[in-house]
Ligand binder design. Structure first.
Ligand SMILES: CC(C)=CCNc1ncnc2c1ncn2[C@@H]1O[C@H](COP(=O)(O)O)[C@@H](O)[C@H]1O
Length: 271
């Protein structure tokens, strides 16, 4: 592993001179203190506190994965659910390509349902061509070429649709659904339900291309209104019409969760 020492050395040097400045300031402030011991003890504590603050900040920064292009992301591998067809609007395919490119830009690997049909093929090919890892999880019954097309990247064959979903969920640290049919909706809803039940705490994002999912989101609101969905649980899924904004929303959610804010899930489980 290569370590670049130069920027660190410079940074540490500047922190040390800052500590020295604090030492001098605290010593002069306390020169009228009862004993010199109190003054030096105070300055020692100030230095330790400063150092501690500096290292905590450093740890927080390194926790975020910094991309070559300066973008920061918290996700290493995202599971994408999307149509095995391309849909009627060109915007659906454009969104699938955009999502693939965004994953590559952010150096995020892909987990998906395997195969190259429809939007699934567009996302997976883009991510694969961009040099990120692609894991396709496909049930034995869907493996034949005439059903799912070419397989892309690493392929994991599973017994059935149930195993596929749990394998996909296990291998990803977030989920994004693009427009799709029953299969996509079922996968999306299952991940939302698993989050609600505390089976996972991974973010679930919905790419609402051209408002495709407006009526589904309205149905979720209706579920809250009619008392079938908890208010907090309504926010398990975050949605946006743009890929960039969706990533931002999911990252903010994740950061808040990691910073110890009570997640919606915890609010539901421990009201
Ligand atoms: C029999 C048939 C239509 C096969 C199409 N070929 C498929 N190959 C791989 N995964 C699929 C296929 N159809 C559905 N899926 C799964 O269901 C989702 C897409 O279903 P849909 O097109 O939205 O509803 C995908 O995320 C994928 O996990």
């Amino acid at each position: 592993m290569g370590i670049c020492l130069f920027p660190w050395t410079q940074e540490i040097e500047s922190q040390l001179s800052e500590i020295e400045r604090i030492n001098q300031a605290t010593s002069s402030l306390l020169c009228s203190s009862p004993t010199p011991t109190t003054s030096s003890l105070f300055s020692l504590f100030a230095s330790i506190a400063f150092l501690l603050f500096f290292f905590l900040k450093r740890m927080e920064a390194s926790e975020e994965k910094t991309m070559g292009n300066g973008k920061k992301g918290r996700f290493k591998r995202i599971c994408v659910f999307c149509g095995s067809r391309s849909g009627n609007r060109p915007s659906f395919s454009e969104a699938a390509l955009q999502l693939g490119k965004q994953l590559v830009e952010r150096k995020i690997d892909l987990v998906y349902g395997g195969g190259s049909v429809g939007l699934m093929g567009l996302v997976s090919q883009t991510v694969f061509d961009g040099g990120c890892h692609v894991l396709g999880v496909i049930p034995k019954a869907l493996l034949p070429h005439e059903i799912s097309g070419e397989t892309i990247g690493e392929v994991k064959m599973v017994a059935d649709m149930h195993e596929r979903k749990s394998v996909m969920a296990r291998h990803a640290d977030a989920f994004i659904a693009l427009p799709g049919g029953y299969g996509t909706m079922e996968e999306l809803l299952e991940m939302i339900t698993w989050s609600q039940l505390g089976i996972h705490e991974k973010p679930v994002g919905l790419l609402n291309v051209d408002g495709y999912y407006n009526s589904l989101l309205e149905l979720f609101d209706k579920g809250v209104e009619e008392g079938f969905i908890e208010d907090g649980a309504r926010h398990i899924v975050v949605s946006s019409e743009s890929v960039e904004e969706l990533f931002l929303k999911m990252e903010v959610n994740e950061r808040e969760k990691n910073q110890g804010e009570t997640s919606n899930l915890k609010k539901i489980n421990n009201p």
